[in-house]
Ligand binder design. Structure first.
Ligand code: GCU
Length: 364
């Protein structure tokens, strides 16, 4: 198998053995490599004229629901915030990155939960447990790749640098992650929200996005990757299922990444390094037993390999799980990296949400 890049060896060959040097030298180096070769460099962060309007505020299904529009210049992006109905204190909040397939197939059940086949975003159960949840449809920022818009719409049209697109220009995952950060901007201004306890979460392509959002924005306390797989939480080299050449059918990654489609061994990063960018904050990775396209083993392995970064912070543990393989439906919640593998296929189910909420409750 191709050699996996060393997490703690800098480009110049220095071995990092403490948190200060990690933060000063190695973390930035890794972030930069991911920007240059995988997710692309953003043309904009927070626009100066960013605004938020609460378009509608209502009480429904025993929740307080705010419909918000964010925007700048001629670009706007709607999202919703679900809160406990009568909250007196500030609550911890999830930012859920909802991809188009989910959004198109949502039905609201009797309780007010959002259901999409076996997957769900149980907004009502979440608020009942004392959390809030903001749901950002990726469509608000940029349509998914099946629409082949070639970066001509959405946020890419709103922010058109004079130099045009480059091989390292940001692509869709980075744009959606940018959206999650803008939702965080809003949350900082909402008096119902405890903005020191915000988790960014997504399923599949949304999970890839959540990880990059948290890597690039340290206001997120917890990053939750649900079944994110290839170029999400799974080690790429030697994984089962999807690889760079498959995922490069999409427009999720920058042009530079396309060069690695048949040459993964040349990539200067692997995904344990992405997880490590969260240290010393919190990560939760989930897998599903029948999700070989994502590859649960490769996701578990990345968590284990990210531990080295956490151990630099004296006394801190990353993933605490004995052995090379996780037990089915046994959540590992002890360290700063949590993990579970559920029975079943590619999905985000009530089981996943319950365990994720248990962990968020513990660390919030
Ligand atoms: C495809 C893609 C995956 C992605 C998944 C999803 O299967 O190959 O990388 O995670 O879609 O977003 O559902």
């Amino acid at each position: 198998m191709d050699k996996i890049p060393e997490l703690l060896t800098t480009i110049s060959g220095e071995v990092i053995d403490n948190a200060v040097d990690w933060e000063k030298f190695r973390r930035g180096e890794i972030l930069n490599l991911f920007e240059q070769y995988v997710y692309g460099v953003r043309d904009i962060e927070r626009p100066e004229n960013l605004y938020f309007n609460i378009e509608n505020e209502k009480k429904e299904y025993g929740m307080l629901i705010k419909e918000i529009e964010g925007g700048f210049d001629d670009f706007s992006f709607p999202f919703k915030l679900y809160l406990p109905e009568n909250t007196k204190k500030r609550v911890p909040v999830f930012v859920f990155v909802m991809h188009e397939y989910m959004e198109n197939n949502i039905v609201i059940d009797k309780k007010g939960n959002l259901i999409c086949g076996v997957s769900c975003v149980p907004v009502k159960d979440i608020t009942e447990r004392g959390f809030g949840i903001a749901v950002l449809p990726t469509r608000s920022i940029y349509r998914d790749w099946n629409h082949r818009a070639n970066y001509r719409h959405g946020i890419f049209a709103a922010v058109k640098p004079a130099y045009g697109r480059r091989k390292n220009s940001w692509a869709t995952i980075s744009a959606w992650a940018w959206g999650a950060s803008r939702v965080m901007d809003y949350l900082e201004s909402d008096k119902n929200v405890d903005c020191s306890s915000v988790a960014v979460i997504g399923h599949s392509r949304g999970g890839k996005t959540a990880l990059w959002a948290a890597a690039t924005d340290n206001r997120f306390k917890l990053a939750v990757s649900n079944n994110s797989g290839c170029m999400g939480a799974a080690i790429l080299r030697g994984k089962e299922g999807e690889h760079a050449k498959d995922i490069n059918m999409s427009d999720w990654f920058c042009e530079n990444f396309k060069e690695f489609s048949d040459f993964e061994s040349f990539l200067p990063v692997d995904q344990h390094m992405l997880l490590a960018l969260m240290a010393p904050r919190y990560i939760y990775v989930t897998s599903s037993s029948e999700d070989s396209w994502a590859d649960p083993k490769a996701e578990f392995k990345a968590c284990k390999m990210a531990n080295e970064a956490y151990e630099l912070y004296l006394g801190m543990a990353g993933l605490v799980a004995p052995g090379d393989e996780p037990e089915l439906e046994k959540p590992y919640h002890e360290g700063h990296i949590a993990y579970h593998i559920k029975k079943g296929g590619h999905s985000i189910t009530k089981y996943d949400w319950e365990k994720i909420m248990d962990y968020f409750d513990k660390i919030k």
